[in-house]
Ligand binder design. Structure first.
Ligand code: GLA
Length: 404
């Protein structure tokens, strides 16, 4: 469901918080690298929350070669259950969407070497009006475990609110950490090790505590399938890069590549920034309709290797000498981050076609020497103390720069 932007700016205002001292990471052994997968929501909202979509996508993971590249989780989002619990309080898979139940589907997905995820919500209802887990956390976590669920996305609609229970509360009673933790504890006691994706849209400075509660945390409102969303989310991620690390990553939200609204250049920038920022890469398109251009982007081995680098450090913006300072909410052209075997540098033509240059000595982690580099979309390579690219509007180059 489309959420209204209710006073989220205020909630996001304190991004300068330091990491809470002594905060322990969840340490459930999952999400050591950013998750790679697919989620049904952007592909077809409620219509895609079915066994058929899950299994068709699992087959596509194999036939398109995505599984071999590490794409692993098939996650079904909102609308998979019936509109009410059964008389014993259990969630019930909608029989018209899951004719053989959930377990049969997760078994089949496991037999293909893949993992299966589901969506739930911390309030009384999910965002689309299906039963939420409030007051049923332990029961639901056990149900998920019994179905063989590997990944749980947990949303924030219809949570305690001063204005009565509403879909998106502008004046909450309490803190999202409370209900995200209640479910986290229930998952830990469920008898199954389940990846935990917090989806409270970046409220309550989640990046400062998300790693102690879950494996990934949404740090923004939704990616609405437009360029403005890519700009909004990536620019916000630049300010909180330090909170991502093995086992706990900022989640920049599900991908919109392949959904027909972004230009080819914008799809490259969307994917490139998410990869550099160490966001989970959760595809959100119908894989039976993917174009060869979009497929080439999501199968780019070099970019996936940047995302999955063992250091797990998210890139952020840097300011070359002479460049204008970043402006909050606007996409900055210059990005970089450390890798286990080099440095990744991204250049984005955020405001129209541009020639963008960078002297390597201005890049954090690099110095005044000569470096060899590879541009990861074109495969172009070079050596020198600087690079320069002519970029089309909203296009991006991503360079892997070797330090040895
Ligand atoms: C919220 C979430 C989305 C999606 C929908 C489903 O908007 O942020 O990612 O799960 O709910 O209703």
């Amino acid at each position: 469901m489309r959420l209204e932007l209710v006073s989220l700016t205020a909630a996001l205002g304190s991004s300068a918080h330091a990491a809470v001292a002594g905060e322990k990471r969840l340490n459930n052994g999952l999400g050591i690298k950013p998750a790679l997968g697919w989620n049904s929501w952007n592909a077809g909202q409620c219509n895609a929350a079915s066994a058929k979509f899950a299994l068709d996508t699992a087959n596509k993971f194999v036939s398109l070669g995505l599984k071999d590249l590490g794409y692993e989780y098939i996650v079904i989002d909102d609308c998979w259950s019936t509109k009410s619990r059964n008389s014993s309080g259990y969630l019930v898979p909608d029989p018209s969407k899951w004719p053989n139940g959930i377990k049969a589907v997760s078994d089949q997905i496991h037999s293909m070497g893949l993992k299966f995820g589901l969506y739930g919500c911390a309030g009384t209802m999910t965002c689309a009006g299906y039963p939420g887990s409030e007051g049923h956390e332990v029961q639901d976590a056990k149900t998920l475990a019994s179905w063989g669920v590997d990944y749980w996305k947990y949303d924030n609609c219809y949570t305690p609110c001063n204005g009565g229970r509403v879909q998106t509360c502008g004046s909450p009673i309490g803190n999202t950490r409370t209900w995200m933790t209640t479910m986290g504890n229930a998952l830990q006691q469920s008898g199954r090790n389940i990846f935990y994706n917090l989806c409270q849209w970046g409220r309550d400075s989640v990046w400062t505590w998300g790693a102690s509660v879950g494996n990934t945390w949404r740090m923004s409102t939704d990616n609405w399938n437009d360029w403005a969303s890519v700009v909004r989310i990536a620019s916000a991620a630049a300010g909180i890069s330090q909170y991502s690390g093995p086992g706990g990553f900022n989640d920049l939200d599900m991908m919109q590549v392949g959904n027909g609204k972004l230009t080819p250049a914008e799809e490259k920038t969307h994917f490139g920034l998410w990869a550099m920022c160490k966001s989970p890469i959760v595809l959100g398109n119908d894989l039976s309709k993917i174009s060869s251009a979009t497929l080439a982007i999501v199968k780019n081995k070099d970019l996936l290797a940047i995302n999955q680098d063992s250091l797990g450090k998210a890139a952020t913006t840097f300011r070359p000498s002479g460049a204008a300072a970043p402006v909050s909410g606007q996409l900055y052209p210059y990005w970089a981050g450390p890798l286990s075997d080099g440095v990744v540098v991204g250049l984005t033509a955020a405001n129209g076609a541009a020639t963008l240059s960078v002297n390597f000595k201005d890049v954090p982690g690099l110095g005044s020497g000569s470096y060899s580099w590879k541009e990861l979309y074109s495969g172009q390579t070079g050596t020198g103390t600087s690079v320069s690219f002519n970029l089309a509007s909203h296009d991006m180059v991503v360079l892997k720069v070797k330090t040895s």
